[in-house]
Design a protein around this ligand. Structure first.
Ligand code: ATR
Length: 264
């Protein structure tokens, strides 16, 4: 998606993928800095490790405790000094995708969130930071949902938060569990506890397969639906803007991602 975006804007830049063993992450970041790279993206398991390896953390990386984007900034040319600044675009990517792909207004919304792992925690805190009115957390291991609920109560006291399924309608049901990635997986939603007819929109952070069992059931129940491809595109678009300082050509990036993931 980045190479498509560079081409669309006529930038003579390249985006390359490298597989780096976690024990070599520091050396890889230093090597990229030494070779005058504009920046880096990092994925699991490097996002947490990189927090300790950059010179400065942007507020986004501080809040989420993880770095998925690094920008190398030239501080002075004599002697050459380049600083590595860490950002996190995942949470903003999710919020943008919810707005653009499902037309969800997060401010004042009622949301049921499934999952309390890494992705679930980021989603819960982002939803709270966007001032949702009410947040219901459900997770197989309930203690992890309780822990996140406690954190939100402290940080965002105006958000009504509870652990367990809602009794009334919600504006959004969001799946942040990994259940649905494998073909044999069932749905992460217990439909005996909550009917999909009670949700206006359903978002699944999984994008491969394009339609999980949850999304198929949600469509059949008449909900608006979207998968996580938009989050992938939007977090990339934000990284693109951090590196280039130019507005990202989001539609171009989305077409490139869909082409490579779904072959369309
Ligand atoms: P990620 O970084 O993708 O969030 P993770 O931190 O391993 O990955 O979290 C995976 C999430 O999917 C968790 O919410 C997990 O539930 P538990 O906290 O109970 O482990 C959920 N999950 C994974 N497999 C599941 C399954 N078979 N049934 C229900 N939930 C599942």
């Amino acid at each position: 998606m980045h190479n498509a975006a560079f081409a669309a804007l006529g930038l003579n830049w390249r985006y390359l993928a490298f597989e780096v063993d976690p024990k070599n992450l520091r050396a890889a970041i230093e090597g990229a800095r030494a070779m005058n790279f504009a920046g880096l993206n990092l994925t699991v398991p490097h996002k947490l490790l990189a927090v300790e390896m950059v010179d400065e953390l942007d507020i986004s990386a501080k809040v989420w405790g993880a770095v998925n984007t690094i920008r190398f900034e030239v501080q002075s040319s004599q002697p050459v000094e380049v600083r590595a600044v860490g950002f996190n675009t995942d949470a903003d990517g999710l919020a943008s995708s919810l707005r653009e792909d499902l037309a969800v207004k997060l401010h004042g919304a009622k949301v049921l969130l499934l999952g309390a792992g890494g992705a679930g925690r980021t989603a819960a805190l982002k939803l709270a930071a966007e001032n949702v009115a009410e947040l219901f957390l459900v997770n197989r291991t309930m203690s992890k949902a309780e822990e996140i609920a406690g954190e939100i109560k402290k940080q965002f006291p105006s958000v009504k938060i509870s652990v367990g399924y809602p009794k009334a309608k919600v504006d959004l049901l969001l799946n942040a569990t990994s259940l649905g990635l494998k073909p044999a997986d069932g749905s992460p939603l217990d439909e005996k506890q909550f009917s999909l007819k009670q949700a206006r929109a359903v978002y699944d952070m999984i994008y491969q397969p394009a339609e999980t069992k949850l999304l198929a059931a949600a469509k059949a129940a008449g909900c608006e639906t979207a998968n996580g491809i938009g989050m992938l595109v939007q977090q990339g678009a934000k990284a693109f803007e951090i590196w280039t300082g130019q507005p990202a050509p989001v539609a171009v990036m989305r077409r490139a991602v869909e082409g490579s993931v779904y072959g369309v």
